[in-house]
Ligand binder design. Structure first.
Ligand code: ADP
Length: 183
């Protein structure tokens, strides 16, 4: 599924984030930048040890929840990895929504600062961090669409969903976000 927002393209695909040849890919990192399973494990496995060496050297304090940092992408086809820290879902009463939106926004800002024309996101926080998928999909797409409308870049934002269930949730959320904007 694909939508046009001004001069930008917002795209949903199923697949593996590590295979994306966009200028940058986003990692679902933790605040210690310590490596983990899911997206993070796949990125460090595919990219090689240089990515972890760089995060430890440049960001020894880690990265707060809702923020992001950038490194090279080692052996992966992308040029940069933007390590974004989404919130751990508790009950929705702990700023989860604003922290998730912030993780997407900060990733987009960093991609802009690195002159990236294209960026691929996974579904932040919906794996080990247990954010309810439908809610997370809506926040992700609402935040990215608003950013693209305001800033007109990056030219391409692709969400790379790992399975059909995530793809369907994002497709429904994109339809809703696009219709909210027609009102
Ligand atoms: P978090 O800790 O932020 O929840 P996870 O990496 O555990 O991050 O999961 C985030 C989402 O990414 C989940 O929906 C998971 O199914 C998906 N995912 C896992 N591996 C990959 C991959 N290689 N490419 C794209 N998405 C992936």
């Amino acid at each position: 599924m694909q939508a046009t927002i001004g001069a930008c393209k917002l795209e949903l695909v199923t697949g593996d984030i590590t295979r994306q040849a966009t200028d940058a890919i986003v990692n679902a990192a933790n605040s210690w930048l310590a490596g983990g399973g899911g997206v993070d494990g796949a990125i460090h496995r595919g990219g090689g040890p240089g990515i972890m060496e760089e995060t430890q050297r440049r960001y020894p304090q880690g990265c707060p929840t809702g923020d992001a940092v950038v490194t090279g992408a080692g052996k992966l086809p992308a040029r940069y990895v933007i390590h974004a820290v989404g919130p751990i879902w508790k009950d929705g009463q702990n700023q989860e929504e604003s922290l998730l939106a912030s993780a997407y926004r900060r990733s987009l800002e960093i991609a802009g600062a690195q002159q990236c024309a294209s960026l691929a996101f996974p579904s932040l926080s919906t794996g080990a961090y247990a954010y309810p998928l439908q809610q997370a999909a809506h926040i992700a797409l609402h935040t990215v669409a608003a950013y693209l409308r305001l800033h007109g870049q990056p030219q391409l934002v692709r969400f790379v969903l790992f399975d059909d269930r995530a793809y369907e949730a994002y497709a429904d959320a994109l339809t809703a976000v696009l219709s909210e904007n027609r009102c």
